[in-house]
Design a protein around this ligand. Structure first.
Ligand code: NAD
Length: 497
């Protein structure tokens, strides 16, 4: 059995606990990952403390050169990274490449660190007085990441943190831990000092150790909302800076004037792509008006039947299996719940099996109509290839639905009416908005972050927000008066009292 080890400096102690890593397409266990504990974290933190000061003192241009080289290595290894990712996650190879690519774009932004780290300067803020500010690294940062983007989300975090001068400890999901380790290997190959980026595997025990460790200044978390909230509270109580992104239930509003062919095409990817295991998926479609709902449904049904489900390395598959057998059971359980709650199961993906891969964790595409805001299956995140239709009476209703929902990650509106789109974008209580764009993930030089229970903490991921998160701002007020005329410097630093 393949063993997946931590990526640290020195020997890893033999793990007392292990976690099984599936191949979701075959339903077989393909590897085991050893789970670390607080003692391992001590070793890792000591390494980070040793290497970080020299890295922080390395000029930003030299730090950027490592990022440039890392970018080249990722590009050169794109295919093998995507295959490894796909084999543990279950997303198809093209989606896996997208996962790597979106992370790479944050590395590209981090290549510009000499420019973005420049501080501000005011000459003559008072007589002979200048004021300037500088962004300094925090020291050691940590990232705790979910299974669904094992390349992109680690790179969101360590790309910015390390470029800004920090050492970084990554605790990836124990469900698909190989790609994060591979990224760390490539980072050393790119010229990063050993120990600057370390990867420790683990579960709650390791997460708690990270949250409690006094030498770790900031923790970035992405995962489900209850755990995000827990991480936020425990980390803040320990005096750390925390950003904790949680779950989502993104709505796609379809106005009566929308181009329905475009909407159906976009929904096929946004609701079912990557088996719906995206925090920026669109699992809820909100047609405005009964006529829009009927026209949309009529077009959606054949489009859903045309989706091709396959093993993750099948080039013709639109999407692959979900990540674990437990997750398959959970997604199917939510379809049961929706049915019991009185919704109409229009296309039923329960009990789907793929010929020749009967043990794989496949869920067929599912369409559920007449879902109402009171239903639990609407209120909670399903995180599978399931699209729910919630019919809105009018525009006001359509603004209210996502605004009132507990999650506020992303939302999209499909319309040809610029005024309606503008009104919607300005009023909706959600962090990221797409206008005729199904998955409104902002590019790397903007920033990513949801609202309400989709994001705890004030600072978003990557872009200028990421830089803010991984640095602290020092403000210097300086005065350089003339010397005393006798050659001595007559200026003395004033003291209190
Ligand atoms: P998860 O919450 O199960 O796991 C996330 C991380 O927390 C993992 O590293 C895991 O090891 C750790 N963890 C698990 N149980 C823990 C516990 N009890 N205490 C402390 N740490 C624990 O999430 P997941 O299933 O890996 O990922 C899917 C979830 O992540 C979905 O809810 C999805 O919406 C969310 N997500 C959100 C965003 C976003 O940006 N808002 C992005 C991607 C995924």
């Amino acid at each position: 059995m393949r063993q997946i080890d931590h990526f640290i400096v020195g020997d890893s102690p033999a793990p007392t606990r292990k976690h099984q890593v599936w191949n979701p397409s075959t339903g077989e266990v393909q590897a085991e990952v050893g789970l670390g504990d607080a003692a391992l974290l001590e070793q890792v933190v000591a390494t980070a403390q040793r290497v970080q000061p020299a890295w922080a003192a390395t000029n930003p241009q030299k730090r950027a050169r490592v990022m440039f080289k890392f970018k080249e290595l990722i590009e050169a290894n794109m295919q093998s990274l995507a295959e490894l990712l796909s084999s543990e996650h279950g997303k198809v190879i093209d989606d896996a490449k997208g996962d790597v690519q979106r992370g790479l774009e944050v590395i590209e932004y981090a290549c510009g660190i000499p420019q973005v780290l420049k501080g501000e300067y005011t000459q003559g803020a008072g007589p002979g007085i200048d004021v300037y500010s500088m962004r300094q690294p925090l020291g050691i940062g940590a990232g705790i990441t979910p299974f669904n983007f094992p390349a992109m989300i680690p790179m969101w975090m360590f790309g910015m943190a390390i470029a800004a001068g920090n050492a970084f400890i990554l605790k990836p999901s124990e469900r698909d831990p190989s790609v994060p380790v591979r990224l760390a290997e490539l980072f050393v190959e790119a010229g990063a000092p050993e120990g600057l980026l370390q990867v420790v595997h683990g579960d709650k025990e390791m997460v708690d150790a990270i949250l409690d460790h006094p030498a770790i200044s900031a923790v970035s978390f992405v995962g489900s909302s209850d755990i995000a909230h827990y991480v936020y509270k425990r980390g803040v109580a320990a005096g750390k800076r925390i950003q904790a992104m949680g779950g989502a239930k993104n709505h796609g509003i379809v106005m009566p004037d929308a181009d329905l062919d475009q909407v159906v095409n976009d929904l096929a990817g946004a609701a079912f792509g990557s088996a719906g295991e995206r925090c920026m998926a669109l699992p809820v479609v909100v047609p405005v008006g009964e006529d829009t709902a009927e026209r949309l449904k009529e077009k959606l049904i054949p489009a859903i039947h045309a989706l091709n489900i396959g093993v993750s390395n099948d080039p013709d598959a639109h999407y692959g299996p979900v990540v674990t057998p437990e997750h398959k059971a959970r997604v199917e359980g939510w379809i049961d719940t929706a049915e019991k709650e009185g919704a109409e199961i229009v296309v039923d993906g329960r009990g789907f099996t793929l010929q020749g891969h009967e043990k794989g964790f496949f869920v067929g595409p599912t369409l559920i109509d007449h879902v109402t805001p009171k239903m639990e299956s609407y209120q909670e995140e399903i995180f599978g290839p399931v699209l729910q239709i919630v019919r809105a009476h009018d525009f006001e209703d359509a603004v209210r639905l996502p605004s009132d929902h507990q999650y506020g990650n992303g939302v999209a509106i499909f319309t040809r009416n610029g005024h309606a789109a503008r009104e919607f974008a300005s009023r909706v209580n959600v962090g990221m908005v797409g206008i005729n764009v199904p998955i409104p993930v902002p590019v790397s030089y903007h920033s990513f972050g949801g609202w309400k229970r989709s994001g705890f903490g004030d600072i978003d991921q990557y872009g200028t927000e990421g830089l803010k998160f991984w640095t602290k701002l020092k403000k210097v007020t300086q005065r350089w008066p003339d010397g005393g005329g006798d050659g001595s410097n007559a200026f003395v630093i004033p003291t209190m009292g």
